[in-house]
Structures are given as structure tokens and as C-alpha cells.
Design a protein around this ligand. Structure first.
Ligand code: GLA
Length: 729
């Protein structure tokens, strides 16, 4: 068992492969204290870290200063309104109108395996991989119960946390705030690492020193967002790619979130993570419960690469699911940047024909195939084939594409409704809007009210009808606007604060149903590029479209931030045409291919129009994908240098678990005059192995490559790339 309870000392010790997490039950009031999280310890005897023998002392020794105790005690789950003035994890308004709530340990159970969270995505765990601790606490005066759920991965340095709140009080209450995890510890000169961005420049890495002003990342957009990412790591100042301590939280949820780190008067840090409390108010009748989403927690003393590898393993092995979990994905060509809305069967078949000849394996038909949609101002919700564009419908088109030897994929934006649609004309009350207010448009569309079971059923049936009608093997599920005007014609006023969360639950239900009925489909989530790239979505789809920005150089920054926490196998990346449609930059076709290789790899261009020299490179690139994808999908990721930091070149690599092969991609962003070659110390290799460099045939000892380095010749020009592949001899 990776979880032990020491009865005498009332201590829980949770052990992963290399970390320990220790919790203590303290004093007559049964406070639950956080004692330790970090490198694995031999002993559980760390009660002294709770520092209850110094001022302000525990209440049994100094009840006159109870508030001071509450405000200094390192807790597992911070209460609200009872003297702990730091960030609370929970707030519940009872019928008395008050919202103070405490947590007092009552009981616990330790089980083998990992229970699923009803209606929510969560990391998967078996009896072999996980044990789970459930600590039940109670707020005595109200009777409200809280279950803190900890699952411990035995072979991975990951602990997941979530909370379930049960209204065992005699009457209705309103949950107005619920965070899923809390981590109190002394500050170690921490810096916070977060991912920030906007449309077309998602997930750029930012580092900020932790000081007294609170530091938080959050979204109130109804989706995890392009702007902030539901992830935060606290790193010691000396932490770098390969060493140094990092504590990270990643939220398995796709809606509003908040992760905050704050420094208190005594130099202690509190990190919390959960659903954003803004506009959140969940009504719980007597006996009802609320399950909060899961937080992934990891600690490493192996720097960023250590953290990335742990999270990649967790998501590849325990979150991503379905038939493509461990499989190479078909190389697709998507017609969005090729045609936008201006396409028909003939045009698509012309693309498919050329694509088939060059080694591409699937055609994806993007936005514009349904209703009267000829631009982005109408028809969302009318999921019927536009036979003017596609004569003979999907059956004809898909058959023809299949005859060429290609699979066929399709685009949907199921959560949306255009005011100019048959659906809206029939059901205006299905859109999210506040009665008496004109709802604000975004991309000329509204969001459907997914708190309504009738809307869920309608959307599901209309999508499923299309998917049943032809041999469709891929779906791109898009979501192109945030939520605003939060009102539902269905929810009662006292439940209106549930809308954002119910929306997310409804979307999860739709994806769950779809993948159950169509398990053969490769699902790729998307949200105006990478606006909903989060672990919640990854539970349903093995890959997510990373950004609408397909420029190879912009992608270096976006993919670096994304790969910091997500495996390369899930990062949607395509070779597109130049000048790039988003930034207007022209980069070599080969470099575009190398950047997309460290992702899912595909194309998004009009293959019938590109220059011959580019077209002739496609068979080479598709062969490169087939040759290296197993390694890229399954290997350990190492960041070696970053264009973000040096403004000059970028270098990352993947090394197979057995260290028998490695692939590094070097991109020289800016050419420089009068330079020699560059020696770079490679990472991840076995010092005792000898490796053959594929390009030169040279054999070099592993320890020479690691400590002496590899010589990268000076490349001529900007935006040049080089692939370095080595194999153990
Ligand atoms: C979003 C996606 C694009 C494309 C368009 C279609 O912006 O990110 O890839 O599918 O929608 O409208």
C-alpha cells in the first residue's frame, strides 16, 4: 500500500515513487494539518513540522488566541470565516444566511484503486497503479460533510486530489466556493511558473517571483481559455531544466478556474486550485452532494524536465483513452486554411486526390459544410449537409475519399447556435441569455444552454445522425466563443449560479456519449485554436488543436509552453502555407515540417496550389513522421534550449524509455554572421551506450554526447531546422 495511517500519532503518509505527502490530525478539535510534501521520507515522524508548540499554540493550550492559531496553522483544507484569513477553500451559505464553515477530521478509509468522479473527467487508475485515501471531515454546527479524496500513483510522482461536499445539514444550503486542493508550506524563495496567452499565442511560459501581492491565474470565460491556463508551478529560484524543486498543480477541468499562490505574514505559502467562485452558487438540498473536479499534484527535484516527464506519463498512460491512446494517428490534411468556407465536393476531392498520392492518410472537412453556412455569421445548430456544396451528400463524398485510400473526418461546433439558424428560430430560449437583456454576440453566435437535458439530447442526436450516415473516422469538436450573459430560461433563479458548471458537465456528457457510440472515431478537441486545451478535454480526446497560429516560429513558443505539461502526442500541429495566414511570415517548408513533427503532424494548406518543390517534400515528410512517431509519442521529453530565453535558437528532444534511440529538433531562428558551429550537451542518453548519429554515421559515446556535447554546424539563414537522430549500436 502506498498509503499508511499511523494510529498512535494520527498521521497519514502517502508515498509515490520518489515523494512523500504527510498529513496529521491535530488537537482535540481534530484539525487536519499539512505536515510535509516533497522528496520521499523514510519516517512519518514529522509532527514537529506542524509547529504547534510555539506561539500561538493549539487551541487546547491557548484557546484565547484561537483566531491566531487558525491564521497560522498549515492546513489541508482551509476553512472559511473562522479565523483563517488566508484564502479559504470552501464557503457555504446556510439558511441562516451565514457562510462560515470549518473542517474537523471524523474518519477515513483507504482503498485500493481509484474511484471515478461522477460526471467529471479524472485521471484513470487501477488497483495496480493507485491507492486512494478518503478523509471525511465535518463542520459540527451545520452537519455539512466534506470528503477529501487523495489518489496516489505508486509508480509516478503524482497525487490527485478532489473534494466532495455533502449537505447533511437539516435544510437547503448554497455552496458559493469550492476549491479542490490546498497546499500550505514555507516559502523557499519560490517563483511561480504559469502559461499565459491570447488567441493565436496560447500558453507562453511566464515566471514571476512570489511576493505578498497574491498571484493567480484564472478564467471566468466559461472555458479554460486562451489567456490563462489551469496550471501553476512553484519553483525554487535555482530550479532549471534538469534540477531544482518544483511543486505543480494542474486542474482537470474545462470551465472557470482559479489557481492562486499567496504569501502570508509569516512567510508561508498557500496554493489553492479549483472552480472560480465568480458567479458560482450551487444549491444543495438536504442530502444532496457536490463533487468538485480533480487537481493533479506533482513534486520533483529534477527541474522542469522531471516535471514534464511525470505529467506526460500521467496523461499518456492514465488520462488519454480510446483506440488511439497508444497508436500512431493518421496524417491528416485539413481544408480550413486551404479554402476557408469556399469549398465544394469537387474542390475537396481535388485536395484528397493529391494528398493520397503524397502519403497523407485522411481528409478533414472543416467549417462550412452544413445548413446555409457560407461564412461565420449563420447556421450553427443546423447540422444538416448543404447539398449545394456537397451534391450527393456525405455518402458520395466520403465514399469517393475512401476510394482514394483516405479516411474522412468532419468539423462540428456543437455547443453553439447562430441567431440566423433554423434552430434559433425554433428555440430562441435554448441560447444562454438573461431575460430582458439582449445577449452579446461573439463571432456572430450564441452559446447553447447545456444545462438543459432537451438541448443535450437535440445536439447529440443531430451529431450522431451525421456520424451514423457515413464512414466518418475523425471529429474536430470546436468551440469558438466564451460564455457571457449568464442566464438560462430553464434553471430556476435560485439555481442560476450553477449555469457555468452545468454547461461544462453537459459538454462532458455529450463527448462521453459520442465516444461511447463511436469508439472508432479519433476526436480532436479545439476552441478557436487552443482555447480549451486542458486535462479535462484530454480525457475525451487523445489530441487537441494547439493554436490557430500555424507559423513555425510562433509555434516554437506555443508548443514549448504546451509541452511543458502535455505529451507531444496530443499537441495538434500542422504544416501550413506561407506567407503564414496569421503572422505573414515565410519559413522554409522543411522547418514547418520539423516543428509539426513534435506534435500530431498533419497538413493545412491547398495542396493543389503549393509550389512543386514543396509538394515534392511531402512524401519525405510523411515518411519522416512514420519513422519517428513511435519514439515521439512514447519517449521522454527533454528541453535543452529555448528560443524564448535566448532569442536565437530552440532545441528539444525525445529519448526512448530504454535510451536506445533519441531524436532532437534544432531550430535556428535567427542566422548570425561570423559564427562557428555550436556545441550542445545532449540530454537523456545513457552514458554507457555508444550511439550512431544517423546523418553522419559517426559513432559517439553517450557520455561524450552528454558531457562534451554534439556539434551542430552553423546553418545558413533564418528559420533553419535540423533533425538529429541517434541510435544505440
Ligand atoms: C476555429 C478553429 C479553426 C477552424 C475554424 C472554423 O477557429 O480553431 O481551426 O476550424 O474555427 O470556423
Amino acid at each position: 500500500m502506498s498509503i499508511a495511517y499511523f494510529q498512535e500519532e494520527r498521521i497519514f503518509k502517502l508515498n509515490t515513487k520518489a515523494t512523500s505527502y504527510i498529513i496529521g490530525v491535530i488537537d482535540e478539535d481534530n484539525f487536519l494539518g499539512h505536515l510535509y510534501y516533497g522528496k520521499k521520507l523514510r519516517s512519518h515522524q514529522v509532527s514537529y513540522l506542524g509547529r504547534i508548540n510555539e506561539h500561538p499554540f493549539i487551541p487546547s493550550k491557548n484557546n484565547r488566541d484561537r483566531v491566531s492559531f487558525m491564521d497560522a496553522f498549515p492546513t489541508e483544507f482551509s476553512s472559511h470565516g473562522l479565523g483563517d484569513f488566508r484564502e479559504s477553500c470552501i464557503s457555504i451559505r446556510t439558511e441562516k444566511g451565514c457562510s462560515a464553515i470549518g473542517f474537523s477530521y471524523r474518519s477515513h478509509e483507504i482503498i485500493n484503486g481509484k474511484p471515478e468522479l461522477a460526471g467529471l473527467p479524472s485521471a484513470r487508475g487501477t488497483k495496480e497503479s493507485c491507492d486512494t485515501l478518503i478523509i471525511t471531515g465535518i463542520d459540527e454546527p451545520t452537519g455539512i460533510e466534506m470528503k477529501l479524496i487523495y489518489s496516489v500513483y505508486k509508480e509516478l510522482d503524482v497525487i490527485t486530489r478532489s473534494v466532495k461536499v455533502i449537505n447533511n445539514s437539516p435544510s437547503v444550503c448554497y455552496l458559493t466556493k469550492i476549491f479542490s486542493a490546498c497546499l500550505d508550506m514555507d516559502n523557499q524563495d519560490f517563483e511561480a511558473v504559469t502559461l499565459h496567452g491570447s488567441w493565436a499565442r496560447e500558453r507562453h511560459i511566464e515566471v514571476a517571483k512570489l511576493a505578498h501581492p497574491k498571484l493567480s491565474v484564472e478564467s471566468v470565460r466559461g472555458e479554460s481559455s486562451h489567456h490563462d491556463h489551469p496550471f501553476m508551478a512553484l519553483k525554487t529560484r535555482d530550479a532549471n531544466y534538469d534540477s531544482g524543486e518544483i511543486y505543480a498543480m494542474h486542474f482537470v477541468y474545462s470551465g472557470n478556474f482559479k489557481i492562486q499562490a499567496s504569501l502570508d505574514q509569516f512567510g508561508m505559502v498557500r496554493m489553492v486550485c479549483g472552480i472560480h467562485p465568480q458567479d458560482f452558487c450551487y444549491r444543495l438540498e438536504k442530502g444532496e452532494s457536490f463533487q468538485a473536479p480533480e487537481v493533479v499534484l506533482t513534486y520533483t527535484d529534477q527541474g522542469f524536465n522531471g516535471m514534464s516527464q511525470t505529467l506526460h506519463d500521467l496523461y499518456r498512460d492514465h488520462l488519454i483513452n480510446g483506440i488511439y491512446k497508444d497508436k500512431k494517428r493518421p496524417i491528416l490534411i485539413n481544408n480550413w486554411e486551404a479554402t476557408y468556407f469556399d469549398f465544394d465536393t469537387e474542390k475537396l476531392l481535388a485536395i484528397a486526390k493529391d494528398a493520397a498520392l503524397l502519403g497523407i492518410e485522411m481528409l478533414v472537412m472543416d467549417d462550412g459544410w452544413f445548413g446555409k453556412r457560407g461564412s461565420d455569421n449563420c447556421a450553427l445548430g443546423d447540422w444538416t449537409v448543404n447539398e449545394e456544396k456537397l451534391p450527393g451528400g456525405l455518402t458520395y463524398l466520403v465514399n469517393e475519399v475512401n476510394k482514394l485510400g483516405l479516411k474522412f473526418g468532419i468539423w462540428f461546433e456543437p455547443e453553439m447556435i447562430s441567431p440566423d439558424s433554423d434552430l434559433y428560430r425554433a428555440h430562441p430560449d435554448w441560447a444562454i441569455a438573461i431575460q430582458g437583456r439582449t445577449a452579446a454576440l461573439c463571432r456572430e453566435q450564441y452559446v447553447l444552454d447545456l444545462s438543459r437535458p432537451d438541448v443535450i439530447d437535440y445536439i447529440y442526436e443531430s451529431i450522431a445522425k451525421i456520424l451514423r450516415s457515413a464512414n466518418i473516422e475523425y471529429v474536430k469538436w470546436d468551440m469558438n466563443r466564451p460564455l457571457a450573459d449568464l442566464g438560462s430560461a430553464y434553471l430556476k433563479p435560485e439555481c442560476m449560479g450553477e449555469l457555468s458548471h452545468r454547461f461544462v458537465l453537459g459538454m462532458y456528457e455529450l463527448q462521453e456519449r459520442m465516444m461511447k457510440e463511436f469508439p472508432h472515431i479519433l476526436l480532436e478537441n479545439c476552441s478557436g485554436g487552443g482555447g480549451r486545451f486542458d486535462p479535462g478535454m484530454l480525457y475525451y480526446s487523445p489530441q487537441i488543436w494547439c493554436s490557430d497560429d500555424t507559423d513555425a516560429i510562433e509555434r516554437l513558443l506555443i508548443q514549448e509552453g504546451t509541452a511543458l505539461i502535455y505529451p507531444l502526442s496530443c499537441i495538434g500541429a500542422h504544416v501550413s502555407t506561407c506567407p503564414n495566414h496569421t503572422v505573414g511570415r515565410t519559413t522554409p517548408f522543411a522547418t514547418r515540417g520539423l516543428v509539426a513533427l513534435f506534435g500530431t503532424f498533419g497538413y493545412e494548406l491547398d495542396i493543389t496550389q503549393i509550389p512543386d518543390e514543396e509538394r515534392m517534400m511531402i512524401p519525405e515528410q510523411t515518411a519522416m513522421y512514420h519513422k519517428y512517431n513511435d519514439l515521439i509519442r512514447t519517449g521522454d521529453y527533454y528541453r535543452i534550449a529555448s528560443y524564448r530565453e535566448n532569442r536565437f535558437y530552440d532545441l528539444a528532444g525525445v529519448v526512448s524509455k530504454d535510451k536506445s534511440e533519441a531524436l532532437y529538433i534544432f531550430i535556428q531562428v535567427m542566422g548570425r554572421p561570423n559564427h562557428r558551429s555550436r556545441i550542445i550537451k545532449l540530454k537523456g542518453l545513457n552514458p554507457l551506450f555508444d550511439y550512431r548519429i544517423e546523418e553522419s554515421g559517426e559513432i559517439i559515446a553517450g557520455d561524450s554526447l552528454l558531457n562534451g556535447g554534439f556539434v551542430i554546424p552553423q546553418l545558413n539563414g533564418d528559420f533553419q531546422g535540423k533533425l538529429i537522430y541517434l541510435q544505440k549500436i
